[in-house]
Ligand binder design. Structure first.
Ligand code: GLN
Length: 475
């Protein structure tokens, strides 16, 4: 898709300005219902489009992403643009600098159409925790799009933009991709700079592409990845662009299927679609191997100690002073400023997690919770090291069930957390993982998308992208 549009730009069939205007037309038509966007950056987009059209006119070389409309999740800073993390506490916050990923895509002359909706501070799996109202699943608007990068996924799935960036701390790029039928990649921890991305769980967060095809995800990853002096955890990129590894052949590759991901709680329809995909991989010449990740059962509990601990510490900076206050408040003392801003600015799920996190980190409980969780995390990581001695990739369903209805899990946080049961392990271990559409299940007469997740060895984005691409082109 990106390649085709790039060709069309080069041969004059379309222009960057036309593509941007098309995006705005689709947004005008659909977004009052779908609510993918929190801010539409029309002026910025048209300015960027003009630059590209000039370059094409002059015969200058342009990047493959140049001139193509994209969207960024609203926890990624863009200079001069409102960046809210879908929280009331940042409703008026204008970012004074670009995140590294923003700067990198700007260098490639992309056209940023706007900032997309999310669960507040990326905490959630449905966008129902957004302070500005949820986004809707374009496949069935009575259902959630998933989250937390729901807005970015909806924008891509409904053709408002060609590609988008999301962030993934426990599944937030992959789970909504699975719910809406897009491709979503969580890179290896360290593959993409986190500088300028509002932190959730700093040892888990990664920015990832959301696209219509696997090759497109590779193209975007090539542009956003690589070492950044501003993020000490960032690593070098691969030697060749990732798209060059999408060769469409996986004969001889070993794919592990972990039984821990196929047990209780897995929807029958999803299981059936998944088993068909496994058969497909066999037909394509891959060797299917049964594997075990024995500590999987502790993953969710571990995640829900480590993530809130890091979140509570990261969100301590929102005190009503450093990032601006909330207009409607009138505190008289500094203490009142803190209490009112945090009391009125954070939504209920954020408060829950900040309390859980501060509790787990507090003196006397630190060893019992945080330290213990770190030890279990090491065991989960070791499961992956062991399995990757036997196989090249691990293949699982992305989520236990397809997109659920609005309100289905809002009363019970645990039910909502279970939606991440297959995705949090990749964040805890730090391995790359991609969700690829593998089919659909018919629920009440609607075909709901199902995603399959490929996890790979640390820094083997090449491998999982090729495995996903090979499936996709042979569907
Ligand atoms: N849904 C998960 C959570 O609520 C994952 C969030 C994320 O990856 N940002 O924590």
């Amino acid at each position: 898709m990106i390649r085709d549009l790039h060709e069309k730009l080069l041969n004059g069939e379309t222009s960057a300005t036309k593509l941007a205007e098309q995006s705005f037309a689709v947004i005008d038509e659909k977004d009052s219902e779908l609510h993918a966007f929190l801010t539409v950056t029309k002026e910025l987009a048209l300015e960027q489009a003009k630059v590209v059209d000039e370059k094409i006119k002059k015969g200058e070389k342009i990047d493959m992403l140049a001139g193509l409309p994209c969207a960024l999740k609203d926890n990624i800073c863009v200079t001069g643009t409102r960046t809210t993390a879908a929280s009331k506490i940042l409703a008026e916050y204008i970012a004074p600098y670009d995140a590294t990923v923003t700067a990198r895509v700007k260098e490639n002359d992309v056209v940023i159409i706007g900032k997309t909706n999310l669960d507040e501070f990326a905490c959630g799996g449905s966008t129902e925790n957004s302070a500005f109202g949820p986004s809707k699943n374009p496949v069935d608007t009575s259902r959630v799009p998933g989250g937390s990068s729901g807005g970015s996924v909806v924008a891509v799935a409904s053709d408002e933009v060609v590609w988008a960036l999301g962030t993934d701390t426990g599944g937030s790029v992959r789970q909504p991709s699975s719910f809406c039928g897009t491709v979503g990649l969580k890179p290896t921890y360290g593959r993409v700079s986190r500088y300028g991305v509002i932190a959730m769980g700093s040892s888990l967060d990664q920015v990832g592409p959301i696209t219509k095809t696997v090759e497109d995800a590779a193209i975007v990853l090539s542009r956003i990845s690589g070492r950044d002096e501003l993020d000490a955890t960032s690593a070098k990129s691969s030697e060749k662009p990732y798209e060059d590894y999408c060769v469409g052949d996986i004969a001889g590759a070993k794919i592990g299927i972990p039984s821990e991901y196929l047990g209780e709680g897995l929807d029958d329809g999803v299981a059936e679609v998944f088993m068909k995909a496994v058969e497909k991989y066999k037909e394509l010449g891959a060797e299917i191997v049964d594997v075990h990740l024995p500590h999987t059962e502790y993953a969710l509990a571990t995640y829900y100690i480590i993530m809130p601990s890091e979140l509570s510490s990261n969100l301590a900076r929102f005190d009503g002073i450093r990032y601006g206050g909330m207009k409607e408040l009138d505190p008289q003392t500094v203490l009142e400023q803190y209490l009112e801003t945090r009391g009125k600015g954070f939504g209920p799920e954020i408060k829950r997690r900040v309390m859980l996190g501060t509790y787990a980190l507090s003196a006397g409980y630190y060893d019992a919770y945080y330290k213990k969780a770190q030890k279990v995390r090491a065991l989960i990581k070791k499961d992956f090291t062991d399995v990757f001695e036997k196989v090249d990739y691990i293949f699982t369903p992305t989520t236990p069930e397809p997109a659920f209805k609005f309100g289905a899990k809002t009363d019970d946080p645990l039910k909502m957390y279970l939606s991440d049961i297959y995705t949090v392990t990749a964040n805890l271990a730090g391995v790359p993982a991609i969700s690829v559409p593998i089919g659909s299940v018919n629920v009440d007469g609607v075909d709901l998308p199902v995603g399959g997740q490929l996890m790979g060895k640390w820094f083997d984005e090449e491998g999982i992208l090729n495995a996903g691409h090979t499936f996709e082109i042979n569907k």
